[in-house]
Write a protein that binds this ligand. Sequence first.
Ligand SMILES: O=C1O[C@H](COP(=O)(O)O)[C@@H](O)[C@H](O)[C@H]1O
Length: 244
Amino acid sequence: MSKTLVVVVPDVDTLAATVASRLVAKIVDAQAERGSAGVVLTGGRIAKRVLAALPGLPEAAAVNWSQVDLYWGDERFLPAGDPERNETQAREALLDALPLDPARVHAMPAADGPDGEDAEAAAARYAQELHLGGADLPPFDVLMLGVGEDGHVASLFPEHPVLNETASTTAAVHNSPKPPPTRITLTMPAIQSAYEVWLIAAGPDKSDAIGRALNGDKLLPAAQATGTVKTYWLLDKAAAAAVN
Ligand SMILES: O=C1O[C@H](COP(=O)(O)O)[C@@H](O)[C@H](O)[C@H]1O
């Protein structure tokens, strides 16, 4: 039975440091158990802060970075290297400085990649990459998600048809209410396959959506994002203001 836990810390800096530290511990534990770890990264402001906080942690020295598989929960479908791509932001904040195995960095395709601007083909290509080892998705030890002011996670937005996609593990998103309009995302069943889902949010603008999601308002994608073992809500005090 999956458990939901809420962790509240005083402010955004403490949140970034706390999540970074928990992430390192999780990777170290997964590597101790299985030899490798699978981490799904998120985009957005809190993601950048978490990744930037990681190198300052002494415990980060315990990670074998060559045995970490990195995936993304969603991507803004833009050309490679575009500063708005979640991949570009993660590389700049941390990844370029780590001794990762490039074959284990599973970025979502860019809009100038092999499929050009065909977002459906690019999403299908990413699904193929995820399923390379067989029919199942790879093990996602931790899947991190930022939470939008509207309660979106990854690129799954409230009332958008892709939220109901269950036939595939990835999808193209058109007409996203948040720019850019075209995106690629893991679908909700793919998110729900992770052992642990961590929903991370800071600031007062998120408090309403977080309060609603934690009260079980399933119209919000954030309320549907759960891990098979645990679901953590990692919040600063401002974001947790409506949590009762
Ligand atoms: O566009 C996106 O936004 C969300 C939330 O970002 P934030 O800046 O409000 O923290 C993010 O989780 C998602 O990955 C990204 O594509």
